[in-house]
Design a protein around this ligand. Structure first.
Ligand SMILES: [Zn+2]
Length: 696
């Protein structure tokens, strides 16, 4: 199938890009300055000593600012000189923290990564100390009493949100408890933070490689065999590298190999992280009890949309139950394929089989081969097409500029401006390919958060997308599979959420929203890469430069997706239940066992003597929060219907601008419930989501 128009529109995009790139960062930044905005590139430290020195000096000034807040006369202190001043005092520290978080995952110099890791640890510990500073709490409490008594004006709008949240944080930190109990909580929190950091490092530093002769990797692609070849003529499967792992799980027809790779993956960091996880869960439980909550899930979920552990568990259990018939039907289909292929009528689908037979099902029934589709997704074309979509619906202009410093040679930096007003909105880096020591998933990292500064200027945000796309081989361009296209649309949604902020306080700017809502807009954008109108714009075969992705393939892919969505969401709910149950369990329960049991109940029995949870990065930071993906999916599907029903559907600018103004601009400065209703123009509902996964 050949279409001319999309090729033309792609061509226009490229022209637009090359025209825009004649403007330099300095020009764009100078214009921002004229408008009272700051658009600046982060200054990246170049030695371990510099990494330490920055923190030394930031801590001195932050402590001085905090001392000044605490030392005020309570009679003359105001909302601005306390609550607002706290947001400002934390901001430089948060900026360093964000930058080091990125640097420890992306820098090529191991000694700089290590220094950043240590300083992140130091800053976290300092942050905990600040949270527990009695003098800061007292001045806030006294101002709060004057606000409540009418002596000071009641804060409104975003100020009211700041006031409410800071006072809630103090309560959550235990300031309503006696001094001895509070001291215990602070100690537990410090210990926990150290354990979490160790847990994360063990995941990041893990490297497991299994070698196989070619015949034991039957079914994997030629390119995988080629790139994994060792000097001895065997093939190295990097179990800790997700694309390697998935290649075997989806493609390798040798069951023994799949089982071995699966077991190896679920044993990563098990010796170190298994015991650490149990300690973490125990400390969390103790802390929750001291703070007056029934369990850690209740404590963690309080500031989120779900608001209690029970509400979240109810959602996950209900969805898992609702999916039972769909799940059973899907597994029975996979079973039939397996029986046919193996000649064993009673063959049982196990954990290490389902992805392989799902892939077989795709190929046999839906004739979808994700490797063939890769030719329609050359990375550069996908990114240009994605930029085209986002620029259009949000009325933006992206301009590639030269980074002052590159942590890797092929790093890109883009400035984002409002296309109508020319207002600078922010910048994003693209770090696209894997390398040793780099973060091994796909994520958006904040670097500089948006904030209205004390001098009245607005600091515009800077973020980075950190990706691991497979680079091109020889003269062939880098190609993406459809799942990766979905991923970059998702992650770029986060970048937009961060960059398009107008919140005054860094606490609320960008994607600083309820954690069970933050994924919703990005998950909604995953639907874009299933839409023919959107795909026609960029899914073009790189080999001839004009063949658009065949629409029947797309329709088949959609059917195929629906054919596996039951297993997909049962897996999601298995993880959600594992995470919630370990965080509502009695003290002393084994977290790894709870996790394996939840997965066995809802999905399949994990390989024997493994501990999936030991390599599960979500358990630090997103703990008692995994349900949020499904929860947010439900909101995403609901929000998606607004685009679907708009005159220009997924390319509708009016709805795009409503998303920008009612969701992205406000960030956390308003409760998510309200922002969602403003965007939808009605109350939210789960119907669209249930329908989308085949539950009536
Ligand atoms: Zn996300």
């Amino acid at each position: 199938m050949k279409l001319c128009l999309p090729v033309l529109s792609l061509f226009v995009t490229f022209v637009a890009c090359s025209t825009q790139s004649s403007r330099s960062f300095e020009q764009i930044s100078a214009k921002a300055t004229e408008n009272g905005l700051i658009l600046s590139q982060p200054s990246f430290e170049q030695s371990p000593e510099a990494v330490v020195a920055t923190v030394d000096s930031v801590l001195v000034s932050a402590n001085a600012a905090l001392d000044a807040i605490a030392g005020q006369d309570p009679e003359t202190a105001t909302f601005e000189s306390t609550f607002v001043a706290l947001d400002s005092a934390a901001y430089p520290m948060m900026t360093v923290m964000n930058r080091y978080w990125l640097m420890k995952e992306t820098r090529q110099e191991p000694e700089i990564r290590k220094a950043c890791m240590n300083q992140v640890q130091r800053l976290s510990e300092w942050g905990v100390e600040v949270e527990y500073r009695e003098d800061l709490y007292q001045i806030c409490r006294e101002v709060s009493e004057r606000i409540e008594s009418g002596d000071l004006p009641k804060p409104g709008g975003e100020d009211a949100q700041l006031y409410r949240d800071i006072m809630r944080d103090y309560r959550r930190a235990g300031f309503n408890l006696n001094a001895a109990t509070r001291e215990k909580v602070a100690k537990l929190k410090n210990k926990l933070s150290k354990l979490e950091s160790d847990f994360d490092s063990n995941i990041t530093n893990a490297s497991v490689v299994l070698e196989f002769p070619a015949e034991e990797l039957n079914g994997v692609s030629e390119s995988f065999l080629e790139s994994s070849k060792t000097d001895q003529g065997r093939h190295a499967v990097r179990v800790t590298v997700t694309p390697d792992y998935m290649a075997v799980m989806e493609k390798c027809s040798v069951r023994k190999t799949r089982r071995k790779v699966n077991a190896a993956r679920y044993s990563i960091a098990m010796e170190e992280n298994g015991p650490i996880l149990n300690k973490m869960v125990r400390l969390r439980s103790k802390m929750a009890t001291l703070l007056g909550y029934s369990n850690w899930a209740d404590y963690k979920i309080e500031p989120k949309m779900a608001s209690t552990g029970g509400e979240a568990l109810g959602f996950a259990e209900g969805l898992a139950r609702g999916l039972q018939p769909k799940f059973d039907a899907e597994v029975s289909e996979l079973q039939k394929l397996m029986a046919k292929e193996t000649g064993k009528p009673n063959a049982q689908i196990q954990w290490w089989d389902f992805r392989y037979y799902q892939n077989q099902l795709m190929k046999s029934r839906y004739s979808v081969d994700s490797d063939v589709l890769r030719n329609y997704f050359p990375l550069k074309g996908v990114i240009a097409g994605m930029f085209d979509v986002y620029q259009h619906i949000f009325d933006l202009r992206f301009t590639q500029v030269e980074p002052g410093y590159k942590w890797v040679d092929d790093l890109e930096l883009w400035a984002v401006e409002d296309a109508t007003t020319g207002e600078a909105m922010g910048m994003f880096y693209l770090d696209l390919y894997p390398r040793p020591g780099k973060y091994n998933h796909f994520a958006q990292f904040d670097i500089i958060g948006g904030k209205l500064l004390d001098d009245g200027r607005y600091q515009r945000p800077v973020v980075s997308l950190v990706c691991n796309f497979t680079p091109g081989v020889g003269d062939d361009p880098a190609l993406m599979n459809h799942g990766e296209v979905e991923t970059i649309f998702h992650e770029f949604g986060h970048a937009m959420h961060s960059i398009l902020t107008r919140a005054k306080y860094q606490r609320f700017s960008g994607a600083n929203v309820a954690r069970d809502f933050v994924e919703a807009p990005s998950q909604m954008f995953e639907a874009w890469v299933w839409d023919p109108e959107v795909l026609q714009r960029f899914a073009i075969d790189w080999r001839d430069g004009e063949s658009v992705i065949p629409m029947e393939t797309l329709a088949n892919m959609k059917k195929a997706k629906l054919a596996t969505v039951g297993v997909f969401y049962r897996r999601q709910m298995g993880l959600a239940l594992a995470d919630l149950r370990m965080h509502v369990a009695e003290v002393g329960a084994d977290a790894g066992k709870i996790c394996n049991a939840a997965n066995a109940e809802v999905l399949f029995e994990p390989p024997a003597n493994t501990n999936f949870a030991a390599y599960w990065g979500h358990l630090t930071g997103y703990d008692a929060g995994y349900y949020g993906y499904g929860w947010a999916d439900s909101i995403a599907a609901d929000m998606g219907t607004i685009f679907e029903n708009a005159p220009n559907r997924f390319l509708d600018k009016e709805v795009g601008m409503r998303l920008r103004n009612e969701i992205y601009s406000v960030g956390g400065s308003r409760d998510a419930d309200i922002s969602i209703i403003r965007f939808l123009g009605r109350e939210r509902s789960n119907d669209a989501f249930l329908e989308s996964i085949g539950i009536e």
